[in-house]
Design a protein around this ligand. Sequence first.
Ligand SMILES: Cc1ncc(C[n+]2csc(CCO)c2C)c(N)n1
Length: 231
Amino acid sequence: MSLPQPHFSSELFTALRAATLDDWKPYIEHEFVARLGDGTLPKTAFLHYLKQDYVYLHHYARAWALGVVKAATLQETRFCAYIMHGLAHMELPLHVRLCAREGIGEDELFNIREEPENLAYTRYVLDCGQTGDFLDLLTALIPCAHGYGEIGLDLAATATSGTPYQEWIDTYAGADYQGMCHTVGKLFDRAAKDRIGEDFEKSPRWPRLCQIFATASRLEAGFWQMGLKAA
Ligand SMILES: Cc1ncc(C[n+]2csc(CCO)c2C)c(N)n1
């Protein structure tokens, strides 16, 4: 079955996704995702994922902060600072609230032992930003942001009614999150055009961008698999 086309209207995302579909599909169609949709994902697996994700989001926020440093225009700086602020003050507190309902406090969250899959992914993204430029960094960040947008849309269309994960699905399928993906996609295209021109695939940097995008997608699939270990 072929995946539906997402609507993020980023030319570069669309091109990278098409070029690396063998790594993209196992992320988007992972068993963890399917079981969020049909409601069979054990709560232990979801909570394990959520606790690791708290630490993940901290490092992900640091990576957007690195974007502030690597930005070449004030618009890029402002945008990265805006996303980082949203992560620190909205996304992370949401995880804290979800975990608090299960009796897990924020101290425990901050001090959890990071799984190797989590360490690998977060530090890989930061390393892409440190060794590369703003475009390399964004290419490592996009599979996270856009992948969840695509998964949200897929699940909103296919989920079994009554799944306990409906709130999670609605968050990522919702207009706010989809709008954010759209805005990030526009920034991504602008950043690419400013650095490698309009014809992305002809740039000498294209193979490296594909490699970064595919690696981040594989690390996302690994993150889902890590969640299932607690099932
Ligand atoms: C492993 C992992 N990958 C992706 C996301 C999704 N995500 C991370 S930050 C953010 C909001 C701003 O981009 C979203 C949707 C996640 N939570 N955990």
